[in-house]
Design a protein around this ligand. Structure first.
Ligand code: HEC
Ligand code: HEC
Length: 232
């Protein structure tokens, strides 16, 4: 594995983690619960496993040849005992890909147990798991850090690292090109609509994709918070 890619993955993990620290601390001595598991999963696992566990998180999507992190094609066992071991030791025992971090040192007992319970629910009753995640998300605040991480992985390809409309894809997307977001003056409500429904639904270019299925409302609000800071 390329060492720069590896440290990139770590940087992203570090970047996303603090947004939940406060909630984690409050709960850390409590009993394990599915609700808490949903929160830990969103904060620590979605990055690689994706919201629904299909292994389509930001890292797999942005890195070629990323090992499959699909939890629905489970290789190491679906029982709570198996899941707990996978989560605690990750790739550190050499059987599983080293891309799966060992969480035993980093998470508390309550967090490991909660997220193992939640992972089991995700595998056995996806609908219920997603509903639970949406409930915990509703209590969450949008964050600049989350918006920035999403932008870098999903939007900069077209809009450019700094939002100037000069991403890699700008070479082939013309008439109109990816919008120069530093010049955008659109109000929040318009931004929410075009990000959620895509360009075509707003009478604009269909090359601007819809993101409403992929990102929760909190995530979309986080993206808006971030892209407004790019304006000049
Ligand atoms: C940096 C990326 C990354 C993060 C973050 C991550 N995982 Fe993983 N995980 C992987 C990869 C890749 C695999 C597949 C390993 C393999 O198949 O060899 C995996 C495998 C697993 C497995 C075993 C699946 C099986 O096939 O049996 C479980 C369970 C799991 N992860 C749970 C979690 C949980 C819970 C979290 C959050 C606390 C988490 N992972 C965070 C990358 C990650
Ligand atoms: C495949 C290329 C592509 C990707 C990826 C992409 N966009 Fe766009 N986006 C465009 C294009 C092209 C336009 C210009 C549409 C037009 O002017 O008709 C646009 C327009 C926009 C606008 C309208 C700005 C304004 O003020 O009118 C916003 C906001 C926007 N994109 C946000 C995003 C966000 C956020 C992401 C990532 C979640 C993203 N885009 C990903 C191509 C892309």
């Amino acid at each position: 594995m390329n060492p720069t890619i590896k440290s990139g993955a770590l940087a992203l993990l570090v970047l996303l983690a603090p947004s939940v620290m406060a909630a984690e601390e409050k709960q850390s001595e409590a009993k394990p619960t599915l609700e808490y598991g949903a929160e830990v999963y969103q904060a620590r696992c979605v990055l690689c496993h994706g919201r629904e566990g299909y292994g389509d998180g930001m890292l797999p999507v942005s890195m070629k040849e990323y090992p499959s992190a699909n939890l629905h094609k489970n290789r190491f066992g679906k029982e709570l005992d198996d899941l707990r071991l996978s989560i605690i030791y990750g790739g550190s025992l050499g059987t599983m890909s080293a891309e799966m971090p060992p969480w035993g040192d980093e998470l508390t007992y309550t967090q490991v147990e909660s997220v193992a319970m939640f992972t089991k629910l995700l595998i056995t009753d996806l609908k219920k798991a997603v509903a639970l995640m949406e409930k915990t998300e509703a209590n969450k605040q949008p964050s600049f850090r989350l918006g920035r991480a999403i932008f870098k992985n999903y939007c900069s390809l077209c809009h450019g690292e700094n939002g100037e409309g000069d991403g890699k894809m700008a070479k082939i997307i013309k008439n109109p090109p990816p919008f120069n977001l530093t010049l955008s003056r659109a109000p929040d409500e318009y931004l929410m609509q075009i990000i959620t429904k895509g360009g075509a639904a707003m009478g604009r270019s269909p090359r601007m994709p819809p993101w409403g299925e992929q990102f929760s409302e909190t995530e979309r609000r986080s993206i808006i918070m971030y892209i407004k800071t790019l304006r000049r």
